[in-house]
Design a protein around this ligand. Structure first.
Ligand code: HEC
Ligand code: HEC
Length: 334
């Protein structure tokens, strides 16, 4: 028999405490008891996974977002007039594209899988290797990359500026009013900051509705925060620590080790947020895992074993068929 006490391992509790010291302190202050090895009260998990209050958006910001939404799918941002950001970050696929690796202009595969774009307003670094510090600096890259949009700024700005309706929208959204590189980028970034993953069954559970998760989903949650150790990296409401880790994905990609800030010899990648994860297959930086079942099998012994593996990755995780299904069922509630 698995008791609640045994699934809430000391390891998971320590991870939880590290994640949300403030929340834990406030729960304990309210009379809770949580010592090493004892069950973590659900109240602690609820505060760890609770969403912050929605970001206040003033009228000008709302106009930037609306303009950015239009530009995001505007093919005038590409040299051949046939692609846009939304060609790869498709809204109906969780802002991903369903491909193992993104497809470039010339039809060949790009190096990596197209990530979703949910909840990036609080992101700390962008791309799988975190090489871009802001959404603004990131957006400039695909715009002119030869195998992505390959835009010629002068022509793009002339095309956009010739559209009177669009010009009026720039004038309304920006104090300086002009159609420029800076305003195009600012509008795209404002739109991306507005992409918040929708409320789900898990949020209802977090808000206190015990019945929001089925028995199987709830069992999966216990594994996520317990013996699976998933919460050690996928904690917080976005379900990411914004960190970079080697979790033993089979690939030749050096990841973070090839960019400033990375550690030599450690093929680490950014922990992706797991909200809406059932919509964003395939998974990992190289799209090498086709389904959530494959992801769970990866963590349950299927990963490469090497010295650079993250210290907080649970080694030798043993999950039987029912536990695997439960964990997958939980991931689908996000
Ligand atoms: C050809 C497909 C393609 C196009 C077009 C494209 N992207 Fe991407 N995008 C990708 C891929 C692939 C990555 C991951 C690359 C990497 O990590 O090295 C990515 C990463 C990103 C990220 C980082 C997300 C994260 O979690 O770190 C953002 C933000 C983003 N793209 C926004 C945009 C915007 C804005 C546009 C349009 C200006 C755009 N993309 C156009 C394929 C594309
Ligand atoms: C040591 C930190 C760490 C732990 C612990 C961890 N993950 Fe991850 N997770 C990552 C990183 C880093 C990636 C991306 C790796 C890559 O692309 O090579 C990832 C990727 C994923 C993905 C793919 C998401 C996508 O958009 O491609 C899923 C799903 C996932 N993890 C679920 C889990 C589950 C379930 C557990 C527990 C069994 C877990 N993770 C434990 C760091 C971690």
């Amino acid at each position: 028999m698995t008791t609640i006490a045994s699934v809430f391992s000391a390891r998971a509790l320590r991870a939880a405490v590290a994640l949300s010291a403030v929340a834990v302190v406030s729960v304990l202050g309210a009379g809770g008891v949580a010592s090493e090895g004892s069950p973590a009260p659900d109240q602690i998990w609820r505060s760890i996974f609770a969403r912050p209050a929605a970001r206040a958006v003033d009228e000008l910001e709302a106009k930037k977002q609306a303009l950015g939404a239009m530009l995001f799918s505007d093919t005038r941002l590409s040299r051949d007039g046939d692609r846009s950001c939304a060609s790869c970050h498709r809204p109906e696929s969780g802002y991903s594209d369903g491909l193992r690796q993104a497809r470039g202009r010339d039809g060949t595969a790009l190096k990596r899988n197209t990530p979703h774009l949910f909840n990036l307003a609080e992101g700390k670094a962008f791309y799988w290797d975190g090489r871009e510090p802001t959404l603004e600096s990131q957006a400039r890259v695909p715009l002119t990359a030869e195998n992505e949009l390959a835009a010629d700024w002068a022509r793009t700005l002339a095309d956009l500026g010739a559209d009177l309706d669009l010009r009026a929208k720039f004038a309304a959204a920006f104090a300086d009013g002009g159609v420029s590189e800076a305003t195009v980028i600012a509008a795209l970034a404002a739109y991306e900051r507005s992409l918040v993953s929708p409320l789900t069954a898990f949020d209802r559970w977090v808000a206190g509705d015990e019945a929001a998760l089925s028995e199987q989903e709830s069992r999966g949650f216990r594994i996520f925060v317990g013996k699976g150790g998933c919460v050690g990296c996928h904690g917080g409401w976005r379900m990411t620590d914004d960190g970079f880790h080697d979790i033993g994905v089979d690939s030749d990609d050096p990841g973070r080790s090839a960019v400033a800030g990375g550690a030599a010899g450690i093929p680490a990648f950014k922990t992706p947020g797991l909200r809406q994860v059932s919509k964003t297959a395939p998974y990992m930086h190289n799209g090498s895992l086709a389904t959530l079942e494959d992801v769970v099998a990866h963590y349950a012994g299927g990963h490469l074993k090497r010295p650079s593996l993250a210290p907080n990755l649970v080694r030798d995780l043993d999950l039987d068929a029912q536990e695997r299904s439960a964990l997958v069922a939980f991931l689908k509630t996000l």
